[in-house]
Design a protein. Sequence first.
Length: 411
Amino acid sequence: MDAHRILDLSRWITDAGLQGLPATELVGGFCERLVEAGVPLTRTVIGADTLHPTIAGHVVTWDSTGRNAAEVRQTDYGTTADPAMEEKWLRSPFHRLYTTGEIMLRRRLVDGCEAGEFPVVDELHAQGATDYMAIVNRLGPDAAIGEMDCIFSSWVTHHADGFSDVQQDALLTLAGTLALALRGHAVARIANTLVETYLGRDAGHRVLRGHIRRGIAEKLDAVLWFSDLQGFTRITDTAPPETILPLLNDYAELLVTAIHQHGGQVLKFMGDGILAVFDRNSAEDACRAALDAAEEARERCKELNARRAAEGMPVTRFYLGLHQGKVFYGNIGGVDRLDFTVVGPAVNEASRIAAMCRSLDQDLLLSSAFVQSAPECRERLISIGRYLLRGVGRPQELYTLDPEVTPPQSP
């Protein structure tokens, strides 16, 4: 490869990275262009750790050794410890580079290689590979994010003579440019993951689109979900401290799953409490979705309690208030510390309705505004009377699910 070819490939990587091409398209396009430039590449693996609640990292593989067109695939590896994967990592060329501080490791396989040094190299040699290169591109302390402190890549050929020295130097140069483009892609994914995880899906997307100025809010007509766990204070006073976080996570997971599966979004965790919203094209659709989520959460709670009780762990249920009304949805807070949330009298009413569950011995209460907005749901509900809510001027009729009505089956 001459300098012009390397420059052309560098420009292509830069443009593709700036356009935000998916990692598979970026790696696939780069490898195809390498082959067109005369590099006898047959297999490439590029990977890096990431910052994600359940995914530890991503690996992209480009492979042209099959009978058909080259295949490009992305594989995610989880955060759960896997002894087999750990052993594979410890015996890999990447681990050698990571621990020694070297940049490149090369094994020419044309005349054979030392068996047993690296199992992956032995496997590739058995498949006809003639040359193997592993490269690590390290990130500086200010560029690293979470566990993503470097990007690993390996380059394989089955050509009879392996890679030439000129091709090796070109790969070393271009791997760094590709790593930089992939880091940009990874940073965008991490940013998206973080805002979704900590702000909620819709709020996170709005923040990434630039909605970050204090005081800018949108008026929504939405269903508000306000829930907390029954007897949580008693549980924290009597249960072993190490059981409290697993309990919170178990019940939060069932509630969040039900909310998300029916199109709602969680805005806040407040200790054992959850504030969520359902915003649809029509108030009736939003009410139906919220009520379906509530019924699904009740069923999930029964299953969770059966499992936890069988394991000798404390169990509970949840109180839930559902209300429909107008809210302001946007950024609230200090100049340099904002929260993307909902505010307005309807939020306070939802909180007060949820608080009435305890005194009325009901695990679910719905406001009259909710019922009026969802006439199709009326047959599933029963009134429990009119009550004056703390901080709310007029008494309000409250409803709950009619125990004699069978809930509709989820599609």
